[in-house]
Design a protein around this ligand. Structure first.
Ligand code: PEP
Ligand code: MN
Length: 295
């Protein structure tokens, strides 16, 4: 492990690369999709499930453009009690219909420990939102859950804190965790959060877990999303989480950062050369890792 990086990463031995685990990487299976393997996986969909029509239309559009996993919140962590809070179970049922119609796997957020059992009946991947990264009872409740967890970095968390939360899930019995960089709070106000792009190579180096990037929440503005997505791809992320909506200006949440179908198709097309860069770098990095293990 690189000692230039601040942090006691190896302390979290279930999720860190330590000793025997130095060379291994965790490949996660979810709804017929492999995350952290050779393929680059794009998860896309609206911030919130708003209606059957909205979700099915979006699911078909993102699947046709190459996404493998459909996102959409049924339980929404909203900063204000007066905004749309999500459709709850009705939203989960709509997600299930979209999976049946398109074959996409489903990722959706779970906010409370008591909802874990219900959400896991519908979701292929359980999302822990950034506001819940330090909800230790939720992390513990995800231990016995059979579904993989997508763990978002809190806006105020160091990478070490993210690994610590991952360790809690793993320690409680669930080793299938995807780490997600979604922007952190800095003094910058031009964007909603600041994407910490260095998180990707550092997490890939110190942990064997897959790492994905969410440029939508990081930037908060749709015009920046494709460029940040390209950067994340080139630097070696295992995938992306992108918000897409049929009519972003009418979205009940996060419309400003949601892409139209056309914009999402453009993003996927423009990723191609960056996927090639990522592929060539992966070979180099795999060799380096083996070399480090041999010395
Ligand atoms: C989301 O994915 O819609 C979301 C609320 O993300 P975050 O927890 O990163 O803010
Ligand atoms: Mn959102």
């Amino acid at each position: 492990m690189n000692s230039q990086w601040n942090g006691q990463f190896s302390r979290y031995d279930r999720v860190a690369r330590t000793g025997e685990g130095e060379r291994q990487r965790t490949v996660i299976q979810a709804g017929g999709v492999e995350i952290g393997g050779d393929q680059f996986i794009v998860m896309a969909g609206p911030c919130a499930v708003e209606s059957e029509r909205q979700l099915l239309e979006t699911a078909e559009a993102v699947a046709a453009a190459g996404a493998r996993i459909l996102r959409g919140g049924a339980y929404k962590p909203r900063s204000s009690p007066y905004t749309f809070q999500g459709l709850a179970v009705e939203g989960l049922k709509i997600l299930e219909k979209a999976r049946a119609a398109t074959g996409l796997a489903i990722v959706t957020e779970v906010m409370a420990p008591e909802d874990v059992a219900l959400v896991s009946e519908y979701a292929d991947i359980m999302q822990v939102g950034m506001r819940s990264m330090e909800n230790y009872s939720l992390l513990e409740a995800l231990g016995p859950c059979r579904r993989p967890v997508l763990l978002k970095r809190s806006a105020g968390a160091r990478l070490e804190d993210l690994l610590q939360s991952a360790q809690i899930i793993a320690e409680n019995g669930n080793p299938n965790i995807i780490l997600c960089e979604r922007g952190i709070r800095t003094f910058e106000t031009a964007t909603r959060y600041s994407l910490d792009i260095a998180a990707v190579p550092i997490l890939k180096a110190v942990s064997h877990l897959p790492v994905i990037v969410d440029p939508s929440h990081a930037s908060g503005v749709r015009s920046l999303v494709p460029a940040l997505a390209r950067a994340a791809t080139a630097i070696g992320a295992d995938g992306l989480l992108i918000e897409v909506h049929p009519h972003p200006d009418e979205a009940l949440s996060d419309g400003m950062q949601s892409l139209t179908f056309d914009q999402f198709r453009g993003l996927m097309r423009d990723l191609q050369p960056y996927l090639a860069i990522r592929e060539s770098r992966r070979v180099v990095e795999a060799e380096l890792l083996v070399a480090q293990g041999e010395h």
